[in-house]
Design a protein around this ligand. Structure first.
Ligand SMILES: C[S@@+](CC[C@H](N)C(=O)[O-])C[C@H]1O[C@@H](n2cnc3c(N)ncnc32)[C@H](O)[C@@H]1O
Length: 734
């Protein structure tokens, strides 16, 4: 699922990054080809909003479709007495929803700011309801079922934002904090699947259809629930679409996790992977996941509020055509799931053929090995309908069928036997009512379907497979034991740069890094990697031990697009004895291993001073800092350092990459992060904050909006004097 502005943000940034990788940045883009690409993309993912000019026509779309109404009335997707409310809500614009992310102390501080600075100004404000004369309050609603009370929804559409300055301020806050990773804008119902997946820090998690990655972001946040430790689990985020995988790279980059891998496969035929077998040192075992999210491609008709163009093209054919791939992805998910593991299947479609029919087919094929779980207790306060137990598949000509036998021959390849509901006498076997159906009028959201599965035992066809113990060097042969060795596949159209791990502490550049930052002896240098075999190492990335294991053992069988968080960046500065500076992205992951020599415990006012300096070639002179900070910095050798700040009263802790110059001290943060920290410190950040309300009222809507987003999200660290910047994309394709 995607959200209105953020989708465009992710897309634009990703396109920029893509072009950079292709070495074509700033050259003329073929607009015709670009539009064609976008149209193709839109056809593949109808639930997404197209970019560009098409958006402004949305207000003009007639939000009616007789076939849609007839189909869902026949299916009885909602009780008759709710039908008119259901239809009325479907025609209204979607409210805004967001959640606060980041470390616990930062999230608490940000939550206070949201309530005191932004919500207080709009609390008594009333806005005209779309297309009606009534006015309604914009009441921010805290979503009762979201863990930690971190998610909010408010009746505020895109058009509303331009109507008043406080609303625009809130919008700007959301955009800026999204870029800094402090906030994630995401449609309310789209937040549900990761919540019911119940991810713990030790879980191996697979997100099968992950792009653009709003749910992946949640999975990573849940994985990092214990901030004091690096999770022993990881998230593998996969998507079949290569260009959409870079949206995932962008998401992962925002969250700075060393525990994520991005892969590019058709998840219906996701390869079997192996992992180190801790019980059997030196051996591998099949990689089975503890948690799997199966947020499959769907017709997207439950996103009509956000994507009104679906009114124009809705047909029963869409759901019928998707049933097959949805089932195959789910079935492969169940195969990759560990016994006792949990899988969530979700769609943003109302259609039982894409929902309960897929669930029923899976349950039928897997017998007692897989069962549905009642996830309602994990969602206190959420209104929903139970899963349907009866529905009538239909052909494109809107003829409905009770049994497959009734389907005329010409439709038999489209309306398949597996799409039909269970017989009444078999209903008790499946518990389809444990599925969750959220309709738009339940709590003023989009619609959604969620089914939670638990794998009780191995699948019937898995029982027949005899697991073979594998030893080092025989990895990845599980699926092709009888076949001769295969040629190394060139997977997809792109070849990623390699993932080259450090061989150990003796790796050429490591001793100087270890000495300079006083890395403690248990820091595992073999978890560091670069993306080149030869030449000077430029950026050094860090992954967790389990991610290293997965990459090293499976690199030849899966196409890994990206992994690792940028931790050290080459900086051949003559004033620094080590050729690598720290990177803000990887700081949290490496912080606990850095010794006291390169740490500066800075006072609040001094931190504000470094953050308010927006001219990297003229950093604040040491003389402007407090005596306390001057004393701390006096004996600190020039170069990269950690700036630490702690407010004991509010328990706010901030850690930034800094640079001690010969006569100066500065922060080394990207603009969105700078604004984020100044905001948390209650300091003035106006020099980074253009009054876009005034600006926007002078320019057309689409321009103003995309301008805000692209600018903020694309912001990069200022150039260092030696020319190194933080902005280079990690992953390159050729
Ligand atoms: C509903 S979207 C996923 C939204 C995503 N989970 C999120 O929350 O941002 C479906 C995604 O599935 C991808 N997809 C379609 N067919 C696939 C397949 N066979 N294997 C893997 N991904 C697939 C599409 O490219 C699309 O990005």
């Amino acid at each position: 699922m995607f959200y209105f502005y953020n989708f465009n943000q992710v897309r634009q940034v990703t396109l920029g990054a893509y072009l950079r990788r292709m070495g074509r940045r700033n050259r003329n883009v073929n607009k015709f080809a670009q539009r064609k690409r976008e149209r193709r993309e839109q056809e593949k993912n109808p639930q997404e909003k197209p970019v560009g000019d098409t958006r402004k026509h949305y207000e003009e779309i007639v939000r009616e479709n007789a076939a849609f109404e007839e189909y869902y009335k026949t299916q009885k997707v909602c009780p008759e007495e709710e039908w008119s409310t259901f239809m009325k809500t479907l025609k209204e614009n979607l409210p805004t929803a967001f959640r606060i992310t980041g470390s616990k102390c930062e999230a608490a501080a940000l939550m206070n700011i949201v309530k005191s600075e932004y919500f207080s100004e709009i609390l008594n404000m009333k806005l005209q309801v779309d297309g009606q004369n009534e006015e309604e309050e914009i009441k921010p609603i805290n979503l009762p079922w979201y863990p930690g009370g971190l998610a909010w929804q408010l009746r505020l559409s895109r058009m509303d934002i331009r109507r008043s300055e406080p609303l625009y301020k809130l919008h700007n806050f959301l955009v800026a904090e999204t870029a800094a990773g402090g906030v994630s804008r995401q449609e309310t119902v789209s937040m549900i699947p990761p919540v019911v997946l119940d991810v713990q820090p030790h879980h191996k998690v697979l997100d099968m259809c992950a792009a653009p990655g709003s749910k992946t972001a949640q999975l990573i946040e849940f994985l990092h629930a214990d901030e004091d430790k690096t999770p022993t689990g990881f998230v593998m985020a996969n998507d079949v679409d290569n260009s959409r995988c870079y949206m995932l790279v962008h998401q992962a980059k925002r969250l700075n996790s060393p525990c994520i891998l991005i892969t590019n496969h058709d998840s219906a035929v996701m390869p079997s992977l192996v992992i180190n077998d801790e019980q059997n040192p030196g051996s591998t075992k099949p990689l089975k996941f503890d948690r799997i999210l199966c947020d499959v491609p769907c017709s997207g008709d439950a996103t009509l509020r956000k994507n009104p163009d679906i009114w124009l093209k809705w047909s029963t054919g869409n759901g019928n055509n998707l049933h097959g791939i949805q089932y195959r992805v789910l079935r492969r998910g169940c195969e990759l799931l560990a016994e006792g593991g949990r899988l969530v299947y979700s769609t943003c479609s109302f259609n039982p053929v894409e929902n309960e029919a897929v669930v029923h087919r899976l349950l039928q094929e897997t017998g007692d090995a897989v069962k549905l779980v009642d996830a309602a207790p994990m969602l206190p306060g959420l209104k929903f309908h139970k899963g349907m137990t009866y529905w009538r598949p239909a052909s494109k000509d809107m003829v409905f069928y009770d049994e497959y036998e009734d389907v005329p021959e010409k439709w038999q390849t489209v309306v398949r036997p597996q799409m039909f509901p269970p017989k009444t006498e078999d209903l008790h076997k499946y518990n389809l009512d444990k599925c969750i159906r959220i309709l738009p009028h339940h709590q003023d959201t989009g619609g959604f379907f969620v089914a939670v599965f638990e794998k009780v035992s191995s699948l019937p066809w898995e029982k027949e497979e005899k697991p073979q113990p594998q030893t080092e060097g025989t990895e990845n042969k599980a699926d092709d034991k009888k076949e001769p060795p295969k040629k190394k596949r060139r997977m997809g159209g792109f070849r990623e740069d390699p993932f080259v791990f450090f061989s150990g502490d003796s790796e050429d550049v490591f001793p100087s890094i270890k000495e300079y930052y006083e890395l403690n002896p248990d820091f595992d240098s073999t978890c560091l990697l670069t993306r080149c075999h030869v030449g000077k190492k430029k950026n050094i990335y860090l992954v967790s031990p389990v991610v290293k294991d997965v990459v090293q053992r499976n690199e030849n069988s899966i196409k890994i697009i990206n992994t690792g968080v940028k931790t050290f960046v080459r900086c051949d500065n003559k004033n620094m004895t080590c050729p690598f500076r720290l990177s803000q992205e990887g700081l949290q992951s490496v912080l606990r291993c850095i010794g006291p020599k390169r740490r500066v415990r800075i006072l609040k006012q001094d931190l504000i001073t470094v953050l308010q300096n927006d001219n990297p070639s003229n950093p604040p002179d040491l003389k402007v800092f407090s005596e306390h900070t001057q004393n701390l910095v006096k004996d600190l050798a020039t170069g990269s350092c950690v700036l630490e700040y702690q407010d004991l009263e509010s328990n706010l802790q901030l850690t930034l990459v800094g640079w001690r110059g010969v006569h100066s001290l500065r922060a080394y943060t990207a603009t969105p992060d700078t604004v984020h920290y100044l905001r948390l410190l209650g300091a003035d950040y106006s020099k980074y904050d253009v009054n876009k309300f005034k600006k926007a009222s002078e320019v057309p809507d689409t321009e103003a909006d995309s301008g805000v987003v692209t600018e903020t999200a694309d912001a990069t660290e200022p150039a260092e004097k030696n020319g190194t910047t933080e902005s280079e994309a990690q992953s390159t394709s050729s």
